[in-house]
Design a binder for this molecule. Structure first.
Ligand code: BEZ
Ligand code: FE
Length: 291
């Protein structure tokens, strides 16, 4: 096809995708082309703006390292991560809500016994965290694999500290026979997401702050249940209504409580949703009870 113009180029590109063997890839690419072209038309994208966008995305890529994922930050700050989490994690009433994974999870963190100090030298106010993992009927989920990770009082995750050769503020625990778990750590504090790269440039240009309200990250995995990726946010934090990555859910707020003996404690129970499998008769997803 030749002599394409602004009125027919979109259809021409979509037609070029007609032979894509994978139907899902075809659907996703077709929709992407439609929306990208519609966006360019709607804002009447100038050539200078197009070039700026290409340069911006190039710099986002160049900012990525093994420790820094600028594309995830871009997705998070544009609300795309939370949108994707929201429509892929609609759970039955009473189940703990999901929120963003973030870029600071590390696979294979050290597994520690109940009562261990997960902070492992990270600066901050000592505290004790406890809770239970349950199913939707209140049943204990024993042996759930609980990944926990958090920033320290300086607002840094261990992976952001150059030269640190051991885990700080991250560990894996297994829930006990009654679904319970407990560990020591330091109190979560609000922190700014990394804003010294192109994403920070976008935040500054739009007069947005980079702060996230104080939170602990959890990923909880157990056979027969959907994996839960979530946070526990600290009640009263000044950034709860302006989280830089749009991740706050009221149901995930909790109090870090100062006890009469001076200890600071947090207690939070997680309720996992049953695993979803495809029905053998309809092919549609159905919830199953725990295996
Ligand atoms: C986090 O909570 O670790 C996080 C989430 C999104 C962007 C940056 C950090
Ligand atoms: Fe975080």
């Amino acid at each position: 096809m030749r002599n394409l113009n602004q009125d027919n180029i979109t259809q021409a590109v979509i037609a070029r995708l007609a032979g894509t063997p994978d139907p899902r890839l075809k659907q996703v690419l077709t929709s992407l082309v439609q929306h990208l072209h519609a966006f360019a038309r709607e804002v009447k994208l100038t050539e200078a703006e197009w070039a700026y966008g290409i340069d911006f995305l190039t710099r986002v890529g160049h900012t990525c390292t093994d420790q820094r994922q600028e594309f995830i930050l871009l997705s998070d700050t544009l609300g795309l991560s939370m949108l994707t989490v929201a429509f892929n994690n609609q759970k039955p009433a009473g189940c703990t809500e999901a929120t963003v994974f973030g870029p600071f999870h590390v696979e294979g963190a050290p597994e520690v016994p109940h009562g261990a100090d997960v902070a492992n030298g990270a600066p901050g106010q000592p505290c004790e965290v406890s809770g239970h993992v349950r199913g939707p009927g209140g049943e204990a989920v024993a042996g759930a694999v609980i990944d926990v990770w958090q920033a320290d009082a300086d607002g840094l995750y261990d992976v952001q500290r150059e030269g640190l050769d051991h885990a700080q503020g991250r560990a894996v625990l297994r829930s006990g026979a009654d679904g319970g778990f407990h560990f020591k750590t330091v109190v979560a504090e609000p922190y700014p997401i990394p804003d010294d790269g192109p994403v920070g440039e976008m935040l500054k240009a739009t007069k947005r702050h980079p702060w996230r309200p104080a939170h602990l990250h959890f990923r909880i995995q157990a056979p027969g249940y959907q994996t839960l990726v979530t946070h526990v946010f600290r009640n009263g934090d000044p950034y709860l209504d302006s989280d830089a990555v749009f991740g706050v859910r009221s149901s995930l707020l909790a109090d870090w409580v100062q006890q009469p003996d001076g200890r600071i404690t947090l207690d939070f129970d997680f309720v996992l949703a049953p695993a979803v499998t495809a029905s053998t008769t309809t092919g549609k997803p159905v919830a199953t009870q725990s295996a």
